[in-house]
Design a protein around this ligand. Structure first.
Ligand code: ADP
Length: 481
């Protein structure tokens, strides 16, 4: 099949969270399964890597891009996705994308995303690339299913193209004031824009949900949860009415990037049978963090966007209490909400020998924390899929998670009676729930046989994309068949 992907993030070029990892891994897995994949991403001013591999495409240069009253021009550059992947098409349009971050809070943010969709479809036309599937991600590309039918509907190139929209996080919907109809130049499609959020507004994501041929989200539990008022962010009614058009397909792990056996970013490799390398990773992590050696104490790792979604509010009292009572080390990596950053900063000031907070984005350190920690804390309030708990399982780092979304689907509670289970899962999103989980984890830590069993159970899990991609192929087949 010919597949056109659109994503605001594609790792390793541009990534702020799971979207980047997943878009890249899916593209790679689809290409490996024999499909012809082209993936579109803006040429951001702050691409993390790849500048030396990107080349211009001669016949895709200086193409006019009209956005309402705004005239832009874009040029396509391309590079292969590292790790044997398909071609990534970078949309170069400096006035929109030459900025120091992937996302911006500027007035033209909706234009930046809408422009990616238009540029992708215009490029398909110029390349004569007729996709069987147009697979787009999150609100950023939410207008694509509609534009495919309206603005680009005249072109027979797209006559057979079916659209798929994947929700990576329903909390972000791209709801914008109606004036953007004019700013983006959507007058011709205005009647089909969806806006349940209130008068005078429309939503990129909601519009996509209405017009896509199929909608997927990234775990089975999350697919159910978003149909409830508690987690539907106002769109649960629409999602409930979708019936079979809405599907949960769990994310996988890019094992080229995340495997303790051959991860070049960690100080020592290890396997489930021989965990001695993990002990070295732990020692080095504590050394790097400037914390006192563990001497039998466990290390709890956290790598996360600092957002209220991630549930760290529950830690405000639970972690200091635990640190007062137990010997443990905590290494935290993340940035975002100043209130949460302030909490972890305060924690490291109060326990300078035992807590370290790296307030930044650092991919290599994320790998070293996964490898060097004994436990990984992810108390998310909601979690569409979550990747770090899966990385943790594969790295023998026992996840402590709240039973929600993808966390509920990927981590099972350890039962000392049967020796089955991979982590600690708490049901109630309360301080008491988290406290129970942390204390349970520490109790198991003191029983090395159980601990090792739990680690090995986790390391034996299969989250490979080779399996996951079959579900996308089945969906594509159904749509085009
Ligand atoms: P979300 O997409 O909600 O942020 P996920 O668990 O799906 O959550 O994906 C998060 C991804 O971003 C993981 O690959 C994680 O390692 C990475 N990540 C998050 N914060 C940081 C950070 N500060 N430094 C490095 N990687 C990070």
């Amino acid at each position: 099949m010919k597949i056109c992907l659109i994503s605001a993030e594609v790792a390793p070029f541009a990534k702020t969270g799971g979207l980047g990892d997943v878009a890249a891994a899916l593209a790679r897995a689809l290409a490996a399964a024999g499909h012809e994949v082209r993936i579109f991403l803006p040429l951001y001013g702050n691409l993390r890597t790849g500048w030396d591999t990107i080349v211009g495409v001669d016949f895709l240069r200086d193409i006019p891009l009209q956005m309402g009253p705004h005239h832009y021009r874009f040029s396509i550059q391309t590079a292969p996705l590292p790790g044997g992947g398909p071609w990534v098409y970078f949309v170069g349009c400096p006035p929109l994308y030459a900025r120091p971050s992937v996302y911006s809070a500027e007035w033209d943010e909706p234009l930046r995303h809408a422009a990616l969709t238009r540029a992708a479809l215009l490029s398909c036309q110029r390349m004569g690339f007729a996709p069987d599937i147009l697979h787009v991600n999150d609100w950023h590309a939410g207008l694509a299913p509609l534009l495919l039918k309206t603005e680009f509907g005249w072109d027979r190139l797209f006559a057979r193209t079916k659209s798929v929209l994947t929700i990576h996080n329903l909390a972000y919907q791209g709801v914008v004031p109606w004036k953007y109809v004019r700013e983006i130049g959507l007058e011709g499609s205005a009647a089909q824009l969806a806006g349940s959020a209130g008068a005078g507004r429309f939503g990129f994501l909601e519009t996509g949900l209405v017009h896509a041929n199929a909608v997927t989200t990234v775990s089975r539990t999350y697919a159910r949860e978003i149909q409830t008022p508690a987690q539907g962010f106002g769109l649960d009614g629409l999602l409930r009415r979708m019936g079979g058009k809405l599907l949960g397909i769990p994310n996988g792990v890019d094992t080229q990037e995340w495997s303790p056996v051959d991860d070049a970013k960690i100080p020592a490799a290890y396997t489930a049978d021989d965990l001695s390398g993990k002990a070295i990773c732990k020692e080095k992590l504590l050394e790097e963090a400037g914390l006192t050696p563990a001497d039998g104490a466990p290390v709890i790792g956290i790598v996360s966007r600092m957002s209220s979604q991630k549930g760290f509010e529950l830690c405000f009292r639970a972690l200091p209490r635990l640190l007062d009572e137990e010997d443990l080390r905590i290494v935290v990596l993340g940035s975002g909400d100043p209130r949460l950053e302030g909490f972890f900063d305060g924690l490291q000031r109060r326990y300078p020998e035992r807590v370290r907070f790296a307030n930044r984005y650092d991919d290599a350190l994320a790998h070293r924390i996964e490898a060097g920690s004994d436990m990984f804390l992810m108390p998310s309030k909601f979690e569409p899929c979550g990747l770090n708990q899966m990385y943790s399982l594969l790295y023998g780092t026992v996840p402590i998670v709240h039973r929600t979304g993808g966390l509920a689907d990927t981590v099972s509670i350890y039962d000392p009676e049967t020796g089955e289970g991979t982590g600690i899962v708490f049901d109630h999103f309360t301080e008491a729930g988290l406290d129970w989980a942390l204390r349970g984890a520490l109790k198991l830590w003191k029983q090395p046989e159980h601990w090792k069993r739990m680690q090995q159970n986790g390391m034996a899990q299969d989250f490979s994309w080779t399996q996951r991609v079959k579900e996308y192929e089945a969906l594509y087949g159904l749509l085009t068949g």
